[in-house]
Write a protein that binds this ligand. Structure first.
Ligand code: GDP
Length: 487
């Protein structure tokens, strides 16, 4: 059961259950952090409805084990320094009790959140320690998720200043080494580090990462360094050696990002301020809230009429927004009309201006009143401005707090909101030739993100195959015919 947040100062949306369990998101979060250093970690439950999906007890116990591993092997531990010596020597001789996977900060914020969650799951599956390159703003946007030891890669890490230049042609790139026969999948020894190029432009050799045989080889390397802009989890499900563990971790298959996202990504105090102030002012008092995420992949700036038509066609047809009475008949408003709050996120302000006018100029047929709110309109994607990504993160999070969500095709920004919120959104189909598609949108099969660049390869048969047709729980995405998602 959940109650819409309509009761003024009372924000607790869930039924009264064990509060400490709610606060720790059903055991997903560890207790014992300094709360002031990251207010969002233990306050998020005040703003969210209790998830319909509980983490499995196996997942929570694996997370606690991971936290112990991270404490023992994390930055500035003896084990870390020993592994660093191995890295510098270039050899895998000598024993190191800890193995690592380093995530390079790369691409837009939505892509980063999804690729980091994928890399963390890979670390869990392979008993590696995840270390995060802080890039320009990772430390500014997120709290530390693991107790005691940081998840950030120390600034004096050997190749940290070369990360940007790591690519398919790098000498330690796994795919490149296979291609040049410097390494083969049955090799006895491997270099002390391998670079995994899992960016959307990767080639067939890089894609062998998703084969069992290659995973056995990769397991020998103490250091893996990865660059990716994708949510590659669906293809991990097709690696036989991970299958059993994944079904124990996630008995409800379509909940992976939902749980891992809520575990890993806590807004920093500054971003939490942006989120909570906005929520209190515009969303808390509404009887119902709808999020509409508009992402238009066009080179010309909008707003576009066909996109506006599509948004209206979808939200009215699916009864997410009420119709307006164009005759402007005299309607007597009830004393306490139902308030619907619509949170619009877009780089452009045109769509929300249009909606706002529509609901100001005309009454609704249902007698509801509709408030349209858009936190920012940054006009174009930016990389240098600190506030830009803080706002982007705050907006993804705010969308995830709404009761129903409409998102745009192909957008990782929308995937993050849907997954964190535990919502199956209505996905706006991607317009072609500047025409509103018909039907305008469809409901997502699951709240999982889509893997935009999956391999289509049968590792055992060594030939191409449709990886979206192998198992019932990994299918092609609603919004991208060649993408894969877990359902
Ligand atoms: P994607 O390109 O839609 O998959 O999402 P990404 O988050 O990876 O990259 C888009 C970037 O553009 C974001 O990180 C933001 O910096 C910016 N952006 C796109 N849409 C919005 C929006 O609605 N609000 C804000 N504040 N920024 C946006």
């Amino acid at each position: 059961l959940f109650i819409f947040p309509n009761s003024g100062s009372e924000h607790v949306l869930s039924q009264p259950t064990d509060k400490s369990n709610d606060k720790l998101l059903g055991g997903l979060l560890a207790a014992g952090f300094d709360e002031a250093s990251c207010t969002s970690r233990y306050q998020s439950y005040l703003y969210r409805k209790t998830s319909f999906y509980q983490p499995s007890s196996y997942l929570t116990s694996r997370l606690r084990n991971y936290e112990d591993l991270h404490k023992r092997c994390g930055p500035n531990t003896e084990s870390y320094y020993r592994a660093l010596e191995q890295l510098k020597s270039g050899q895998t001789v000598g024993s190191s009790d800890c193995k690592y996977v380093v995530w390079i900060s790369f691409s837009g914020l939505g892509n980063r959140i999804l690729s980091l969650a994928s890399t963390f799951l890979y670390a869990l599956l392979t008993n590696r320690v995840l270390l995060v390159d802080r890039g320009k703003d990772m430390a500014d946007l997120f709290c530390e998720p693991f107790p005691e030891k940081s998840w950030f890669l120390p600034m004096d890490f050997p190749f940290i200043d070369q990360f940007e230049s790591f690519d398919q042609k790098s000498s330690h790139c796994y795919g490149n080494m296979l291609k040049n026969s410097v390494l083969n999948a049955s090799a006895e020894s491997v270099p002390s580090y391998l670079y995994l190029h899992l960016v959307h432009d990767y080639d067939d050799h890089d894609k062998l990462f998703f084969c069992d045989e290659d995973q056995s080889l990769l397991a020998k390397a103490p250091w893996l360094i990865t660059k990716t802009d994708n949510y590659f989890v669906p293809s991990l499900f097709l690696i036989t050696s991970f299958e059993q563990e994944l079904s124990k971790l996630f008995p409800e298959k379509g909940t992976i990002f939902h749980h891992l996202g809520r575990y890993l990504f806590h807004p920093s105090n500054h971003v939490w301020g942006l989120i909570t102030r906005y929520y209190q002012i515009y969303l808390a008092k509404a009887d119902e809230s709808i999020g509409i995420q508009i992402r238009v992949f066009e080179s010309r700036p909008g707003p576009f009429k066909h996109v506006m038509d599509q948004i209206l066609a979808c939200t009215l047809k699916e009864k997410l927004l009420p119709e307006v009475d164009m005759q402007d008949s005299v309607v007597t408003l009830s004393e306490n009309p139902k308030l619907k709050a619509v949170l619009v996120t877009s780089l452009n302000s045109g769509y929300s201006e249009n909606l706002k006018n529509m609901y100001w100029e005309h009454p609704t047929l249902t007698g509801e009143v509709v408030g349209i709110y858009q936190p920012s309109h940054e006009e174009y994607q930016q990389t240098e401005k600190q506030m830009h990504n803080r706002k982007a993160w705050a907006e993804m999070y705010l969308l995830s707090l709404t009761d129903a969500l409409v998102t745009s095709s192909w957008s990782t920004f929308g995937y993050v909101a849907q997954g964190l919120g535990g919502l199956k959104s209505w996905i706006l189909y991607k317009p072609e030739n500047e025409t509103a598609p018909d039907p305008p949108c469809r409901r997502a099969m699951s709240m999982e993100p889509c893997f935009h660049a999956p391999p289509f390869y049968d590792c055992r048969a060594k030939k191409g195959t449709d990886t979206g047709a192998l198992v019932p729980h990994v299918r092609h995405c609603e919004d991208m015919s060649w993408g894969l998602k877990v359902i």
